[in-house]
Design a protein around this ligand. Structure first.
Ligand code: SF4
Length: 83
């Protein structure tokens, strides 16, 4: 696409933004090292109480690979209390 006018520039940028947005995942997993993952709880916090934990597969939405329900990492976010 040749950009020759202001209008074509904005059309080009809109198409480029749409293509980028539609092909980029909303989040990407990081390594265990990046998130300071450990296989043991920390200060009473552990993966089984975290909103990112997937109990069916022992996986995490943030950290790559298999994790322990008793583990912990820096991305811990406590599940909201059930009423
Ligand atoms: S974000 Fe961290 S604490 Fe939470 S489930 Fe994943 S590895 Fe465990």
């Amino acid at each position: 696409m040749k950009v020759t006018t202001r209008r074509s520039f904005f059309q080009y940028m809109a198409i480029l933004g749409l293509a980028t947005f539609s092909t980029t995942p909303l989040y990407a997993k990081g390594t265990k090292v990046k998130y300071l993952y450990q296989d043991t709880p920390k200060d009473g916090k552990q993966c089984s109480d975290c909103m990112h934990f997937i109990p069916e597969t022992n996986e995490c939405r943030m950290v790559e690979g298999s994790i322990s329900p008793d583990g912990w990492c820096a991305a811990f976010y406590k599940l909201p209390e059930k009423k």
